[in-house]
Design a protein around this ligand. Structure first.
Ligand SMILES: Nc1nc(=O)c2c([nH]1)NC[C@@H]1CN(c3ccc(C(=O)N[C@@H](CCC(=O)O)C(=O)O)cc3)C=[N+]21
Length: 279
């Protein structure tokens, strides 16, 4: 096989974060400290870890993080009140409601209560519409991370067949739109898709966003395909069976160290951008 690239998400994330440092400093000279508010509802240990990681990443860049932790039994109305208070708080530039919320909460309504100016995580219906129509400031962070990796490594997308596995509102669906906007031919697969392996075998670019550990197998992968693994299953296991896929791919993201770190850097970038819009 021709040379192969392991797509280094940690390196891409570092480049993004380094490019934000002087922008944060410039804001501080105007007495503006970019601020991200995170809301975590309930006590899912991996969600707690992710929120903590996001807070730490903010801290290292000089972005203020306001971490709000609500109990499992929080009602939809109580959550909406919290979001509304953050919408009205002038010192807050971005709001992230950690997904998933407990089942009794209307997550879509909660996401859509976040004001579009502060939707740095790209979860609102309006934000999705903007992304789909190829404008707007803040695409969802994991899809933005996938596109950032594609851009950083100059991976070819135009005219290529991209197969996205998964159609979730903040991952599979928006990344499909973003690939379409880059002139890929996009196939979106999901739990009802028939003959999935045969479809994936036709892909030049594979985006795995299923939420099932090691779901994509090496024998589904065309020789030379580019593989982007957006999976974050328990134990830091991706949606791609790396060992069987790595021998086929021309480029592949590992887990950990692939899409995940870039996702966080996109969140920081959007928060800084949101603060700049107010300066
Ligand atoms: N509203 C919302 N927005 C999100 O963007 C969002 C969310 N909810 N819910 C959960 C998923 C998951 N997610 C990850 C971010 C970083 C890593 C990451 O950096 N992982 C490291 C390893 C993690 C570790 O060291 O423990 C890596 O892949 O190298 C993973 C997963 C964002 N998500």
């Amino acid at each position: 096989m021709e040379k192969q690239i392991i797509l280094d998400g940690k390196h891409v994330a570092k480049e993004v974060k380094d490019s934000l440092k002087h922008r944060v400093e410039a804001l501080k000279e105007q007495d503006i400290t970019p601020c991200l508010a995170t809301i975590l509802v309930g006590n899912d240990p991996s969600s707690e870890t992710y929120v903590k990681m996001k807070g730490n990443a903010c801290g290292r860049l000089g972005i203020r993080s306001m971490q709000i932790h609500l109990p499992e039994e929080t009602t939809t109305d109580q959550l909406l009140d919290q979001i509304i208070a953050l919408n009205e708080d002038e010192s807050v530039h971005g709001i992230l409601l950690q997904h998933p919320v407990p089942r009794h909460i209307d997550e879509r309504l909660a996401f859509d209560t976040i004001s579009i100016e502060k939707d740095v995580d790209g979860v609102t219906t309006e934000g999705f519409g903007q992304t789909a129509f190829h404008f707007g400031r803040f695409p969802s962070c994991t899809p933005a991370a996938i596109m950032e990796i594609i851009n950083f490594y100059n991976l070819e997308v135009e005219g290529k067949h991209a197969v996205v596995i998964g159609r979730s509102p903040i991952l599979g669906k928006p990344v499909s739109m973003m690939l379409l906007n880059r002139n890929a031919t996009v196939t979106v697969c999901h739990s009802k898709t028939e003959n999935l392996p045969q479809i994936v075998q036709q892909a030049d670019v594979i985006v795995a966003a299923v939420g099932m550990p090691k779901f994509v197998k090496g024998d589904w992968v065309k020789e030379g395909a580019v593989i982007l693994d957006a999976g974050y299953n328990k134990g830091n296991i991706g949606d791609v069976d790396y060992d069987s896929c790595v021998t086929k791919a021309s480029a592949i993201t590992p887990v950990p160290g692939g899409v995940g770190p870039v996702t966080i850097s996109m969140l920081l970038k959007h928060t800084v951008l949101s603060a700049e819009m107010k300066s």
